[in-house]
Write a protein of this length. Structure first.
Length: 404
């Protein structure tokens, strides 16, 4: 009988794993190249020459860092206090006011042309790149191609890759010059390639759109984009408000819309005590930190801001920052001290318990979206708590006690 040789077995196993790994890598590389060829074909159908695509895709490999960042699941949900506290700082307000003064003439001309108030253009700039301090250093073509071919979002990012190739074709750029975030957002305002193609403006008239180095181009493109997604002159995106005693908390929800004057007739006022605008525009009330925190009225322009970024907290932060850049007041009502972030697993557990109570029927995704908050509101009403849809530690504890 041949004696057992542990060293030989280990070497053979290592060699087998290495062979399998190499075969897997080669298969993955082959699939990536096939995906790129499909994108090239679609780009050709949309007018991009094969030579442009070949140059962009030459020796292109997937970016593992992009894959890792895309798959990273946030461990905790962000609270209103934490998010806005980080986004709207005294330093960012002061710098925004300085930038507003610096570019006043340009911004005023854009307001006349596009109907977007200057403080909003500056606020978006501050939110997106901290006034150009960080534009991202990933190669955009590589990032969007990686996300198209190596993740489950093939359709969206294939189109973004095609649009990136269009930019290379028409805007006199190289792949090395087109840099941005890991997800493909570019320039001072962090435009995706499709947004750049549709809304980019050559404001300085030099024959190319440069949202990286030309602030006239960056601001004009942002103004054009905001107008295109519904931003209108007139009311701001949001205002902090004071709710009267006995206000029906179940109506503090983005799904409930009333004319501004209807909220005023219920006793809702601006936080500084001034009356709400006399307007028939539809609006909503929200309580992003629950009934103990600040309340906001959301005007129609809030929906336009949400079209830029689908996060309610982001849109609130833009409105708060814009107001203070323009010299307006800070938010008066602070969030409650015990408003703590919930872990992803805690939210999943909440959703499962709410489903067992028959209050929630959507995906258990660990996200505090409108349907989850609606289920929380129904549970709060059932157990006699203020029905604001906000999962405080007490709500979580009561839910655990109710469903064991």
């Amino acid at each position: 009988m041949t004696p057992f040789n542990k060293t030989a077995l280990l070497a053979a196993t290592t060699a087998l794993l290495a062979t399998q790994s190499l075969a897997s890598a080669r298969a993955q590389e082959g699939e990536f190249r096939e995906c790129l060829q499909a994108i090239k074909a679609e780009a050709g159908r949309q007018g991009v020459s094969g030579a442009v695509a070949d140059r962009a895709f030459q020796n292109l490999t997937p970016d593992q860092k992009v894959i890792d960042l895309d798959s990273r699941q946030p461990e905790f949900t962000l609270t209103y206090g934490k998010y806005v506290g980080n986004a709207v700082t005294l330093e960012r307000i002061a710098k925004g006011q300085q930038k507003l003064t610096q570019y006043r003439s340009l911004l005023d001309s854009l307001t006349r042309e596009y109907g977007v108030a200057p403080q909003y253009l500056v606020a978006f700039w501050g939110m997106e790149t901290n006034y150009g301090a960080y534009l991202g250093d990933f190669q955009v073509v590589r990032s969007v191609a990686t996300l198209a071919c190596m993740t489950k979002r093939l359709a969206f990012f294939s189109n973004e890759t095609v649009q990136a190739l269009k930019i290379l074709s028409t805007n006199g750029m190289t792949s090395q010059q087109m840099r941005g975030s890991w997800a493909g957002a570019m320039g001072n305002m962090q435009f995706m390639p499709s947004t750049f193609v549709k809304y980019g403006v050559d404001r300085d008239g030099n024959g190319r759109i440069d949202i990286w180095n030309s602030m006239p181009d960056a601001f004009a493109s942002a103004a054009n984009f905001l107008r295109g997604i519904g931003f209108r002159p007139g009311l701001p995106s949001s205002d902090e408000v004071f709710l009267p005693q006995g206000f029906p908390l179940e109506e503090a929800d983005t799904t409930v819309e009333k004319p501004v004057r209807a909220w005023a007739s219920m006793g809702v006022k601006r936080a500084n005590g001034q009356p709400l605008p006399s307007s028939d525009e539809l609006s909503s009330i929200v309580l992003p930190a629950g009934w103990r925190g600040p309340a906001f009225i959301l005007y129609p322009n809030f929906k336009a801001v949400m079209n830029w970024n689908r996060s309610t907290l982001y849109a609130l932060a833009v409105g708060i920052l814009a107001q203070q850049i323009a010299g307006g007041p800070a938010v008066k009502q602070p969030p409650p001290d015990d408003d703590q972030p919930l872990s992803h697993d805690t939210v999943v557990d909440m959703q499962m318990r709410l489903a067992r109570l028959g209050l929630y029927s959507d995906e258990t995704d660990g996200l505090l979206g409108p349907k989850t908050r609606s289920a929380v509101r129904m549970f709060q009403k059932r157990v006699g708590l203020p029905a604001d849809g906000h999962p405080t530690p007490e709500v979580v504890q009561r839910l655990v006690q109710a469903v064991r």
